[in-house]
Design a protein around this ligand. Structure first.
Ligand code: HEC
Length: 303
């Protein structure tokens, strides 16, 4: 006889009927489900966030960078040891350069009160005052100012100006006060190492591509108008050239623009170009048979 008290879970019974196991465990499954679900809902924002940065297509057509306009300049070589020492002549030269280039901002007497100075903040430097200079009052420091400008403050760069003229300007500016600090020889020679003044320099001019394109189009238009007039004249005239023109031209507009594009070519080159594509030049196919000699006559009538 089995006297043991009935256990809360009768494992023997469970083995006979495993389905009863579910009745005991579903609470845990439910709990797991609720916890996972809750976790998911709490993190919806994070889960749906786009973790990969969207690809932003850079349309090359919309890029608006272009090369800047650069003045051409030929900077003759200069010896710092000589140019760095003021003379009567350099100061006089500096004075006239100063009147031509600087007084609009710095004022006639270098007080920083030129006519455009009112629009500037900070104000143009008052050369009589010793304090508050950005680069400094030594020759080497002022040379740097004229070379590179202090662009953010409205002081332009004068790097296209011959170095000798810049030294002259500096010597003149330094006459506005008598407490300008003196450069050591090594400070002056540093200008030489930094800017290679004894070599001089040649800067070729450079214009923005957009401007160049506009110029080319404008040139083409003037060429077109001139050619149109000469073409109309030739089509009315007598002679071998006009006869040939009249016999081959189908589309005068196209012919004119084609003839403009052929300007400067030799008759032989012209014959070859037209023979390759007569209709492109607004002409009949027979234009392909024209010889260099024929084109010589045509060109003569278009002059
Ligand atoms: C468009 C106006 C303008 C013109 C033209 C101009 N400057 Fe200036 N210049 C300024 C301004 C503004 C400052 C002050 C810059 C600053 O505070 O950093 C200045 C500062 C200077 C300084 C002092 C730099 C420093 O260390 O503080 C020197 C030197 C100077 N200019 C020389 C010249 C000379 C020489 C010329 C003529 C070739 C000239 N400037 C023409 C506006 C001008």
């Amino acid at each position: 006889m089995n006297n043991r008290p009935k256990e809360e879970i009768d494992f023997n019974e469970l083995v006979k009927d495993p389905k009863r196991l579910f009745g005991l465990s579903y609470v845990y499954f439910l709990l797991i489900g609720v916890v996972l679900g809750g976790y998911y809902v709490m993190n919806l924002n994070v889960i749906t966030r786009n973790n990969v940065a969207p690809v932003v297509v850079q349309d090359s057509v919309s890029l608006v960078s272009d090369v800047p306009l650069v003045r051409s300049s030929v900077i003759p070589p200069v010896d710092v040891k000589i140019a760095g020492v003021p003379t009567k002549e350099t100061i006089a030269k500096g004075a006239s350069l100063f009147r031509a280039n600087c007084i609009s901002c710095h004022g006639e007497t270098g007080m920083g009160d030129g006519s455009t100075s009112v629009t500037l903040n900070p104000k143009p430097r008052n050369f009589h005052a010793a304090l508050g200079w950005t680069n400094g009052r030594k020759i080497a420091q002022m040379f740097r100012t004229l070379q590179e400008g202090i662009v953010k403050n409205g002081m332009a760069s004068y790097n296209y100006m011959p170095a000798e003229d810049r030294f002259a300007l500096i010597h003149y500016v330094r006459t506005f006060a008598n407490d300008f600090p003196v450069d050591s020889t090594s400070e002056l020679m540093e200008l030489e190492t930094t800017y290679q003044l004894s070599k001089g320099s040649v800067t070729p001019a450079q214009i923005p591509v957009t401007l160049a394109v506009r110029n080319i189009i404008a040139e083409h238009h003037t060429g077109l108008a001139a050619m149109e007039a000469r073409f109309a004249e030739a089509m009315k005239s007598a002679g071998r050239g006009p006869d040939i023109l009249r016999s081959v031209v189908l589309n005068p507009r196209r012919a004119v623009s084609g003839l403009v594009s052929l300007q400067g070519r030799t008759p032989r080159e012209t014959a070859r170009a037209v023979a390759a594509d007569p209709s492109g030049f607004g002409m009949k196919a027979t234009a392909a048979l024209l010889t260099a000699d024929d084109w010589n006559a045509v060109n003569a009538s278009l002059r």
